[in-house]
Write a protein that binds this ligand. Structure first.
Ligand SMILES: *Cc1c(COP(=O)(O)O)cnc(C)c1O
Length: 396
């Protein structure tokens, strides 16, 4: 039976189809580091995961997971405030605080939950937010949820951020909000300049370091540490455990007062089931590995350099990113889809990124590198990329 609702939704779906923006999930039956086996049995080399350090398949993380399952079972069974607050959570919060050099940390279910929840908890209708126009959707949704006045400023422009804050000067509190590493472009925010701007305007500064944690800075402490800064300059710092940490979950770091307040009022931690203890135990094992040595980071940064040099050598366009996120912007939906499909036929899995994830006309392959890749993986990708790219239809 087709209802009026279904008819309406079908029209909407047809419109998405006409724009070539249908998203398709690709099931796989197993995954081992940078290779996965599709449902049809074909093996693909993956160049679009956020597992930058190659920890998601690390034996130490698997062992920590299994060991904790024996002790705790698989589910956390309730929110952190009911009976979901395992010793694992308590320990990881302390270990993250020590690692980051922040007074205190609060764990969340995901980066999406931490960003939406924290912004909503801290700001309301009387407040104003200056937000980089390329900020992640979870930050944008946090702004919406808070009901604050929002001024999106031109990407990475401190001048524009200052004007946005000036326009918000009647607000009770003002927040300057930015990705530390931009998720679809890989460029790093000018954190010292953001800190100075926030301070000069008596605004709060919140950074989301989803892609810097583990990858940038001394011992992988992230973008803020890489800039030589800390909680004084960047009082609100969020990050995820789903990317370089290789597991799942997220956190906010800040002062004792900030974290105590957030732990009392943030709806996305109070009204949701706590992270399973085994998952948190794996994240603790990952944090040990991240701090233990620079081998993975050194290898990763070498791969990034050789990938970028390889692009130039083959006449392919290079992006201004020195992080593992190396976008190849091709413009239209059809070009991005054709490039992704061509690579897939040749054994490489790099998904096409289209609006609303990126602005219209900037569709791209978001190529990501991992410490689990070998140099020959990267060379093979570059050769195949050059081949498929040269066969693309011209820009319309
Ligand atoms: C991936 C991402 C998030 C969301 O983190 P999850 O843990 O996957 O929910 C938040 N911010 C940025 C910048 C991201 O890239």
């Amino acid at each position: 039976m087709s209802t009026a609702m279904d008819g309406y939704l079908q029209q909407q779906l047809d419109a998405i189809q006409a724009q070539q923006r249908v998203r398709q999930r690709q099931p796989y039956r197993n995954s081992a580091g940078t290779r996965l086996t599709q449902a049809d049995g074909r093996e693909l080399r993956v160049f679009c995961s956020n597992d930058y350090l190659g920890l998601a398949n690390h034996p130490a993380l698997k062992a920590a997971w299994c060991d904790a399952v024996d002790r705790y079972g698989v589910g956390s069974t309730a929110s952190q405030y009911i009976n979901g607050h395992s010793l694992e959570i308590q320990a990881l919060e302390q270990e993250l605080a020590d690692f980051l050099g922040y007074p205190r940390v609060l764990l969340f279910g995901s980066g999406y939950l931490v960003n939406t929840g924290v912004i909503d908890a801290l700001l309301g209708r009387a407040d104003g937010i200056a937000s980089d126009q390329l900020n992640h959707a979870s930050l944008i949704d946090g702004c919406r949820l808070s009901g604050s006045r929002v001024k999106a400023y031109a990407h990475a422009s401190c001048k524009a951020a200052e004007s946005a804050l000036d326009e918000l000067q009647d607000c009770r509190h003002r927040l300057l909000l930015s990705d530390a590493v931009f998720s679809m472009d890989g460029d790093v925010a000018d954190i010292p300049a953001l800190a100075r701007t926030a301070q000069a305007h008596q605004a709060w500064l919140m950074l989301d370091d989803a892609h810097g944690l583990g990858v940038l800075g001394p011992k992988g402490r992230g973008s803020v540490a890489a800039a030589g800064l800390g909680p004084t300059e960047v009082p609100i710092l969020t990050g995820t455990l789903g990317k370089s940490v290789g597991v799942y979950g997220a956190f906010v770091a800040g002062s004792q007062a900030l974290i105590e307040y957030l732990s009392q009022v943030t709806r996305t931690v109070i009204f949701t089931t706590a992270l399973p203890p085994a998952l948190v135990a794996s994240a603790r094992a990952a944090l040990q590995l991240i701090q233990a040595g620079d081998e993975r980071r050194t290898h990763l940064h070498k791969l990034i350099e050789s990938f970028r040099a390889g692009l130039i050598k083959r006449g392919l366009p290079q992006s201004p990113s020195c992080t593992p996120i190396q976008p190849l912007v091709v413009g239209s939906e059809s070009r991005a889809m054709a490039l992704s499909a061509g690579l897939r036929e040749r054994g490489f899995w790099v998904s096409a990124i289209r609006p609303p994830t990126v602005p219209a006309g900037t569709c791209r392959l978001r190529i990501t590198l991992s410490a689990a890749h070998q140099s020959e993986d990267v060379e093979a990708l570059l050769d195949t990329l050059a081949d498929v790219y040269s066969g693309l239809p011209a820009c319309p």
